[in-house]
Every structure is written in C-alpha cells, then in structure tokens.
Design a protein around this ligand. Structure first.
Ligand code: AMP
Length: 369
C-alpha cells in the first residue's frame, strides 16, 4: 500500500503485466502498419513512460513527438481541456498513431480529434494502454487497447494524483475504504480486553465487536444462534468456527461507515484469523495490529472469580470452567501469536496494573501504529 498526499492506494497492475501489454500493442501495431514509417504522438504528461517503453520495442523506423493537454484536477477529469503544447511539425500525409496512457471519459480524445481535424494526415489511429469501458462516453474508435480496467482512479506508470505517482513503475488503485484502524485485542479470559475496549473505542472512534458479547446477547434473546452457542460456552469450549465467522462477518457488515474496529475475543483460531484477513481484504483494509494483554494465570483466575460474583456469567462462577477457558486459550489461540508475528503485527502489552495505567500503555502502542 502507498500514500500519496492524503489518499491510500493499493497495488493493482504489476510492471510485468504492463510490459506484456505494451509488447502486445507493439506487435499489433507493427503488423498493421507494415513498412509505413508512423509518427507516434504521445499525450503529455501521462504518456511519457508508455511512449518511451513502446518506441524502444517498436521493431521498425518511426518518429516520435508529443502534444501536451491537461484535463485532470485531483481525482476528477474536468470538462475544460487545456491545450498546452500543440502540433509542432507538418503531419500532412503521415500515418499518425496517438499513444495515450489512459482513456476514460474520452474528453481528451475528443480534443485530440479536434486538433487533428485540419492536419490532413493520411490516417489517425488511437492506441491506449489503459481503457475504462464503463466510463467511456464517446464514439471515437479505439484501434488498440492494452488493458481494460474498471472505473476506479489509478496512479503510476505516468499517471498522477495531484502531481505525485508518475514515477512509479507499476500501477496502483485508489482504496475505496480509506485508512481504517483495525485492532485485534488479544489475551486470555480475564485479561481486561472488554474493559480496555470500552475506553479505546471512544478514544479512537472505533466500533467494538466482542464475539462473546454477541453470543451472550443471542443467548439472552433465545435465538437459534444463542442456543447453539450456549452448549459450547457452558463448558468453556469454543463455538465452531463457521458459526462464529458468519456471525462476525454479519457484525462487521452492520457498520459500513466505521473508522475501524476493535475485535475482542476474535479471532481465536487460525481459521478465524484467515477469515478475518479475507474479510478485511473485501473492505480494502487490513488488521493494523494484534495487541495482546499479558497476565499471569493465577491473577486471571482471581479476577474472573471476583467478576463472577457480580457479572452473572455462568462461565465466571466456576473455577474449573475458568481454568478450562484459560487452557483452551493457550491450546488453541496462542498460535495466533505466531500468525500475527509472521505479519509483524503482534504487540504484547503488560496487562497487570490499574485500568488507567493499562489504557495508557495501549494508547501509546496504538498511537505508534
Ligand atoms: P469471551 O466473552 O470472549 O470470554 O467468550 C465467552 C465464550 O464465548 C467463549 O468461551 C466461547 O465459548 C465463545 N466465544 C467467544 N468468541 C469466540 C470465538 N471467536 N470463537 C469461538 N467461540 C467464541
């Protein structure tokens, strides 16, 4: 992922894919033009990389020139096309091939046709590396198209966002969801995840999703999901992955405008972690970090028995169930430490101390992400 000015872009078309598309265009055009010596006309600024790569590969003699038009302001193609440099040589009787980096609405192309209307060229052909069929509003024929792309803003390989990005050898696409902070709050039962999540969600304007809370809500309301989950929860066991993953997906979907999420109690297995990565991917986003509250087992048991006196949670009242939950955590969920460490996203935080001390430690970590 890259950031240009205020926006984030994700990798979209690789250098290799671009080179292959340019090569195809070269072959097609060379085959069509035979021994004709064409004049390739690049449309500045965006086409400079394409023109350079294209003519280096072109197998026969050719001429190269440029015209300079400007239409983009930020992310929007404006109606007002400015002609900054026009044709500077006589093209009467010549075969001209326009080399465009991208054609979207076709406004620039309309201006190109206006420019060439009185030039008495033998033939005017249009070649474009990228083409957005969904955005194209004109009828001009496009003779050669490198790669068709969806109607999303791209940068790189000559294309810019407010001046930046032209130098990139590959192409990036604007992320539809801008930068979300997605935290996995991790730690054994009783580590204080729920308590800390309450503070952090307000401080960072994030949506807190606790799978345990959602299950308890369903049990209270006697839903089918609640009844199913209860049989596992009462024994301190994990609810099956697919049930939990489907429920989590539904909770995330309810919050389409979120700034980011705090996942609390999820993921607990590597299948859940993988499912969460996939879900974030569909949101054009990713998990920023797994922050783990580290607390000794004996302190956990003590805390949970204490909480059981007032929480009314059946799984907090019994020391055996508490120890089973802690054991379950280490057995099944500690592998998540490896999963996120491998992505360089695991951060351990000392979970022993006063609530505000721990909030402060967590905030420091989040601010540094
Ligand atoms: P918690 O409130 O996070 O301690 O969760 C209480 C119980 O809900 C757990 O012991 C599990 O039975 C169930 N549960 C919560 N989250 C998950 C999850 N991600 N996967 C499977 N079971 C879960």
């Amino acid at each position: 992922m890259i950031k240009l000015h205020d926006l984030y872009f994700k990798p979209f078309i690789t250098e290799r894919e671009i080179a292959a598309a340019v090569e195809r265009m070269v072959q097609e055009i060379a085959a069509d033009l035979g021994d004709e010596c064409p004049v390739f006309v690049g449309i500045l600024n965006g086409s400079f990389m394409l023109v350079s790569d294209f003519v280096k590969k072109y197998p026969k003699p050719c001429e190269v020139t440029f015209i300079k038009l400007a239409s983009y302001e930020g992310l929007k193609s404006t109606d007002d096309i400015q002609r900054l440099i026009g044709i500077t040589q006589d093209l009467t009787g010549r075969t001209v091939v326009i080399l465009e980096d991208i054609i979207d609405s076709g406004k620039t192309l309309a201006e190109v046709h206006r420019i060439f209307k009185d030039e008495n060229v033998k033939e005017l052909k249009i070649a474009t590396l990228f083409f957005k069929p969904e955005a194209y509003k004109k009828d001009f024929k496009l003779h050669y198209v490198g790669i068709e792309i969806p109607d999303k803003f791209i940068v790189g390989y000559g294309l810019d966002y407010n001046g930046l990005g032209r130098d990139l050898p590959e192409v990036y696409q604007l992320k539809t969801t801008q930068h979300m902070k997605n935290l996995v709050l991790f730690g054994p039962p009783g580590a204080g995840k729920g308590t800390q999540a309450e503070f952090l969600k307000t401080k960072y304007n994030l949506v807190h999703i606790s799978t345990g809370d959602v299950f308890r809500f369903n049990i209270k309301n006697e839903t089918a999901l609640g009844m199913l989950a209860k049989s596992y929860m009462d024994k301190g066991e994990l609810v099956p992955d697919q049930v939990t993953i489907d429920m989590l997906n539904a909770e995330v979907e309810k919050n389409t405008d979120a700034n980011g999420f705090i996942f609390d109690g999820f993921p607990r297995t590597s299948a859940q972690a993988k499912a969460l990565d996939d879900l974030m991917d569909t949101k054009d986003s990713e998990i920023s970090a797994m922050i783990a509250l580290e607390v000794d087992d004996e302190i956990l048991v003590e805390r949970l028995l204490e909480r059981g006196k007032s929480s009314g949670r059946a799984d907090d009242a019994n020391e055996e169930v508490i120890r089973a939950r802690i054991a379950e955590y280490y057995k099944k969920t500690a592998i998540l430490k490896e999963y996120y460490s491998a992505q360089n996203k695991y951060i351990g935080v000392d979970g022993v101390g006063s609530i505000s001390e721990i909030t402060e430690r967590l905030s420091k970590v989040i601010d540094g992400l």
